[in-house]
Design a protein around this ligand. Structure first.
Ligand code: MTE
Ligand code: MOS
Length: 783
């Protein structure tokens, strides 16, 4: 069988609950920090954070801290036996001599209790020499403060494209950042065994990198450090790079004191210290022909990378590779550069720059449609990729027809045209309340742009009693990867799901893993788990063939029975076969490996085929806006998303719903505010808790929420015909923002462009609708 084919009665494709759902909702699921209470002699770590956005550390006196009862030690740069750096770019000192943002930890205090550690941290005397700071992207642009490589993605010749254009528009656009707000904040727990082996439990999406960075901080080989991730209470990209330094601090503390060390950020610390979604600034020029088709697009994207590079370069690469979204743009010239500011080091966040890139083009289309005299949905559909066309980076858009089919299906399912008329009638009848209805597409490339990351490993054991234990390199952050991997193993071995257990992710079981990221966890680890299971099954088929008197190729494995093709009644029991196979000295465990075939990417030229395939989706959102306050609600959302043949439909539905709501948060509610004044708190994050940072919750859910998965969507070349699902649905929320724009526009005369800030908070919506309203010719009283 090839990778995408599935047997008839298979555990993959069954709509089952998340493997830990019952534990999650009853509070029994354990997270990294829950494991600390089981250890004796536990030490607690607390940071000494900089009160300046940018300052040189000129002195560090810990005398008073060490006098605080319970304080055991203060960790500083002098304690680091290896490399004093927590990143992969060499620009993230773990114990810095220059504080680069407000709250930057310059030392860590270890104590017998968290309270003591906190008091100790407050007692450390640090002297600072404040330095000038850069807080906003616009300040960074003005001061030419950039970091890392600048990249250009180009196709054709935009000069020619603009000459061919009947209409040319220019504009600027600022896109806000986003706090991950995973429920579980960053946490690490480290201890050292009698042989000096360092064991770290970490809330990390990338255990291998946590291992490597801890090893280099400690000056140890990777083999001396083991990292385990039981599960995370959400990662969303925020635990791809950020956990490494915390793990290293805990491990350093454990090696120096011989006691286990626990480090857990509280919410304020997590929000103050850890990187977020990159804010972006875009300056653009777009050309369209007389029919509204793109002729050219010229863009400069500037992301706010914060104080260090972290993942800013690959995030920018993905932003550039998603500017096109679902649209063919013949001539493109797009530049990307990363500002360096004195803020948290911005990092991966669901979509990894893709959402920002797509939003730029969707914003352009939403802004110019009225100026082109077209409905925005018509303008969008006219520009869709057609089969045979390629992206600006040279990758053919395989299955471009799916976008057209999906769009048509969604317009029908959501009664789009009828509801357009209803919305128009409502708006005509209501001067102070307006509705907006919008539809937007999603096309998202699946695979890591960095080709080497597209590999995975697994270790599958069949024990003598027939029970199965799987390990794989991916981490579980609520997205249901473990559930899917159990379904894959049960399908590949032909056993019931109840025979399969899954062990926590550990670097000593499966080494050299990639981050669980880029939505590719199930594709990659699924390929590896299936490979391991296939090897075990081949060994067992050889044994069964002898017993059953058939060729090994004709042995079938299904639901715990093993039988000759066409003769289920002549079957053997799986357990009996495993027992026999053991006595015949057959290997009953295997290591599996998968590498995504067919990828290549030239990072400098920004050309190649970095993605295995594209994930497609579309959404229709209807909103209602109040003209007095700008307050709004989402009345209804209809989503249709392509997950191939779903590995686990309930999980995938959850991912699509959750992605949309998280996107809604980013685009409409969540607003990070930093102190941009010249006062003493310059650079401080002002929205550092749930009381000042507004997240979407039940009350923001669409009144009606219809979510569908595209049918007959088998993806050949991917495990059991499925497609990745984790990130792409976030961008379905763009239709909500566009619907808000439509509603704002309805307060004014037709044919006007309606700029809208992002996030489109009620305040931003108010100013947009107020501008529209001001453009309406005033009625003469008494008329
Ligand atoms: N879903 C939940 N519940 N929690 C998460 O942290 N992270 C998202 C997405 N869905 C996340 C989630 C992100 S950023 C990615 S890259 C994918 O899940 C990662 O998992 P996958 O590769 O297994 O899809
Ligand atoms: Mo997801 S942003 O790739 O962890």
């Amino acid at each position: 069988m090839s990778l995408h084919e599935r047997p008839a009665a298979a555990p993959v494709g069954e709509a089952i609950a998340h493997e830990s759902a019952a534990l999650h909702v009853t509070g029994h699921a354990l997270y990294t920090d829950d494991l600390g209470v089981r250890l004796q002699n536990l030490l607690h770590a607390w940071p000494v954070g900089s009160p300046h956005a940018h300052a040189r550390v000129t002195g560090l006196d810990m005398g008073a801290a060490l006098a605080v009862p319970g304080v055991v030690r203060v960790l500083t740069a002098a304690d680091v036996p290896g490399v004093n750096d927590a990143g992969v770019k060499g620009d993230e000192p773990l114990f810095p001599t220059e504080a680069m943002y407000h709250g930057h930890p310059v030392a860590w205090v270890l104590a017998d209790s968290e309270d003591a550690a906190r008091l100790g941290a407050a007692a450390v005397q640090v002297t600072y020499e404040p330095l000038p700071s850069v807080i906003t992207v616009r300040e960074a642009i003005a001061q030419d403060a950039f970091q890392g490589a600048q990249s250009t993605l180009a196709r054709g010749d935009v000069t020619v494209g603009f000459e061919q254009a009947a209409h040319v528009f220019t504009g600027e656009f600022d896109i806000g950042g986003q706090e991950h707000f995973y429920l579980e904040t960053n946490a690490a727990l480290a201890h050292v065994d009698e042989a000096g082996q360092v064991f770290i439990q970490s809330s990390t999406q990338h255990p291998t990198e946590t291992q490597e960075i801890t090893a280099h901080v400690l000056g140890l080989p990777s083999s001396a450090v083991t990292v385990q991730c039981l599960r995370m209470g959400g990662g969303f990209g925020g635990k791809e790079m950020q956990p490494h330094g915390y793990a290293a601090v805990a491990a350093l503390g454990a090696t120096l004191t011989g006691r286990p060390v626990r480090l857990r950020l509280n919410r304020t610390l997590d929000m103050t210290q850890t990187g977020k979604r990159h804010p972006f600034h875009a300056a653009w020029k777009a050309g369209f022909d007389a029919d509204g088709r793109f002729t050219a697009l010229e863009v400069t994207l500037t992301s706010d990378g914060g104080w260090s590079l972290d993942l800013s370069e690959p995030v920018m690469a993905r932003a550039l590779c998603h500017l096109d979204n679902a649209y063919f743009i013949p001539h493109v010239h797009a530049r990307g550069r990363i500002a360096r500011t004195n803020k948290t080091s911005q990092t991966a966040f669901r979509g990894f720059g893709g959402p920002q890139g797509m939003l730029v083009t969707e914003d352009i289309l939403g802004r110019v449609a009225p100026l082109l005299g077209l409905d925005a949905h018509e303008l969008r559909a006219r520009n869709f990729y057609r089969p045979g066309e390629a992206t600006p980076y040279g990758q053919p858009v395989r299955h471009a027809e799916r976008m057209h089919d999906l769009w048509a299906q969604l317009l029908t399912r959501s009664d789009f045209r009828e509801r357009q008329a209803e919305v128009a009638a409502f708006n005509a009848a209501h001067p102070h309340r307006k509705r907006g209805l919008s539809v937007t597409p999603v096309k998202f490339g699946i695979s890591f742009n960095f080709t080497a990351y597209n590999q995975a490993g697994a270790l599958v054991h069949v024990y003598k009693d027939g029970s199965v234990l799987i390990n794989h390199g991916g981490t579980e952050m609520g997205q249901g990867l473990h559930t899917k991997m159990m379904q894959v193993a049960a399908t590949a071995l032909g056993v019931p799901l109840s025979s399969v257990r899954l062990a926590p992710t550990r670097t000593d079981k499966v080494p050299n893993t990639s981050a669980t990221a880029a939505s590719s966890g199930a594709d990659l680890n699924g390929g590896a788990v299936k490979d391991a299971c296939d090897q075990i099954r081949a060994n067992l088929a050889a044994v069964a063939a002898g017993t059953l008197g058939v060729h090994p190729d004709d042995v079938r494995f299904e639901a715990g029975r093993v039988f000759p093709l066409g003769h289920p009644e002549r079957g053997l029991d799986w357990k009996a076969l495993v027992h026999d196979a053991y006595h015949l000295r057959t290997q009953l465990w295997a290591a599996g490996f998968y590498r995504t075939p067919g990828l290549h990417w030239d990072r400098v030229a920004m050309q190649g085929e970095p993605f295995k395939y594209f994930s497609y989706g579309a959404s229709v959102t209807e909103v209602e806006v109040d003209g007095f306050t700008g307050a709004y609600r989402v009345r209804r959302a209809d989503l249709l998303h392509d997950v191939g043949d779903s590995l686990s439909p309930l999980i995938d539905l959850g991912q699509v719903e959750g992605g949309y709501v998280q996107g809604l948060g980013w685009l409409t509610l969540e607003e990070l505010r930093w102190d941009e004044s010249d006062g003493p708190n310059r650079g401080r994050l002002q929205t550092q808790s749930a009381s000042t940072y507004k997240l979407p919750s039940f009350s923001e859910l669409p009144g009606q929420f219809n979510v569908g998965l595209l049918e007959r969507a088998t993806e050949t070349g991917v495990v059991y015909g499925s497609k990745a699902v984790g990130e792409p649905p976030l961008m379905l929320a763009i239709s909500a923002r566009e619907a808000l724009r439509e509603a704002c526009a309805a307060f004014g005369p037709p044919g006007r462009t309606t700029p809208l800030n992002s996030p489109a908070t009620p305040e931003a919506v108010y100013w947009a609708l107020d501008a529209a309203r001001a453009a309406r010719p005033q009625e003469v009283p008494g008329d």
